[in-house]
Design a protein around this ligand. Structure first.
Ligand code: WQD
Length: 332
């Protein structure tokens, strides 16, 4: 059986870290990326990290001919589908762009898989599909809802895959719901250059970096009146290296069992914004000034994972704690 794995969006933040983990596990990852949110020198850095040439196609999933050519050029054992826009606030401003890119891209990918007999896919989903869950920590069986166009694109993506499974019982489908990925490969080579993204970072960690670098005067803390111990939002931050390893375990489970699964990828522990500020200031050795501002629309108070199913199905457990996540996020 071929060991080639197609990584759509494989030059991006999570894609590139997963690329390294897959190569280390003995697979041959192949990148397909339009580089709308990735560095063009990432493939060279991946070749440096893995010691092997990086197979990469600059291609947009919305270009069906180019996509078909990539499937013709390789015999894939599976696809890991990262390619999508992912900024919540941006999605509220540009819903059509998110539906076109995230849903249209997946529709084309599923067609290419059918046309070329590829029957395994790992889908990059998100804890956003849980909406404002009253159940914490959140199990995979919690009710699903969408509170923004980005979350809707992930929810519909999961439902499309559910229908593909009905039509193709032989397909093995892994849905991985990420909580809050942070951190970088310890080499520092996989950091995304801010100038190379069409989507300005809205997330907490990139903004903490900006404050530490002095490119942002202070952090605006979105609300301190939530029902949490210190009033600020709590999230389940997971090191991207743990997340990447979770993808390897998911892929191996699909290949070895041909059974589909839906799994949370988180630590099972929530940290508040103030806890993150304190931990990051300690990791970078610099003060992190902040101000309290009103809540951000669409935010929830708490969101952290029930990790029992991930352990049962994949044998997945995270290795990195908060101190290491912050230390590995800090780049001078
Ligand atoms: C974390 C906490 C904010 C910025 C989003 C997506 C999710 C996934 C991860 C793609 C919250 C607070 C943030 C700031 C702040 N993305 N915050 N000031 O919103 O939990 O999740 O990113 O898969 O799908 O929804 O992440 O990093 O934006 O926010 O106070 O300048 O930090 O209110 O409590 P979020 P985040």
């Amino acid at each position: 059986m071929t060991d080639k794995i197609l990584l759509t969006g494989g030059a991006g933040y999570i894609g590139a870290h997963t690329y390294v983990a897959l190569a280390k596990a003995g697979f041959t990852p192949v990148i397909l990326d339009n580089f709308s949110n990735a560095d063009h020198d990432t493939p060279a850095r991946l070749a440096q990290l893995t010691g092997k040439a990086c197979l990469c196609h600059e291609c947009d999933l919305l270009d069906q001919k180019a996509l078909d050519d990539v499937f013709k050029a390789h015999d894939f054992a599976a696809v890991v589908h990262f390619a999508a826009y992912k900024a919540v606030g941006d999605s509220v401003a540009r819903p059509q762009a998110y539906f076109n890119n995230n849903m249209g891209g997946l529709i084309n990918l599923l067609g290419a898989m059918e046309n070329h007999g590829v029957t395994r896919i790992v889908f990059s989903s998100s804890a956003t599909v849980y909406g404002d869950s009253p159940v914490q920590p959140i199990p995979e069986t919690a009710p699903l809802s969408a509170t923004n166009p980005y979350g809707l694109s992930k929810l519909v993506g999961e439902q499309m895959l559910g229908q593909m499974q009905v039509a193709h019982p032989e397909w093995a489908i892994s849905i991985l719901r990420y909580f809050n990925p942070v951190g970088l490969h310890k080499s520092g080579l996989l950091r995304l250059s801010p100038e190379n993204t069409t989507q300005p970072p809205e997330n907490l960690m990139p903004r903490l970096l900006e404050v530490a670098h002095g490119t942002r005067k202070q952090l605006s803390v979105f609300g301190n009146d939530y029902d949490t111990p210190d009033g600020t939002g709590m999230r389940d931050y997971i090191h991207v290296e743990d997340l990447a390893r979770g993808h390897v375990l998911a892929l191996e489970a699909l290949i070895n069992t041909d059974q589909s699964h839906t799994v949370n990828l988180g630590t099972g522990r929530g940290y508040s914004v103030l806890e993150m500020i304190e931990a990051f200031a300690k990791a970078c050795g610099r003060p992190i000034p902040y101000e309290m501002v009103p809540r951000r629309a669409g935010d929830v108070a708490r969101c952290y994972a029930d990790v029992t199913h991930a352990k049962e199905v994949l044998g997945f457990e995270t290795k990195y704690g908060l101190a290491e996540m912050c230390a590995d996020s800090w780049v001078e």
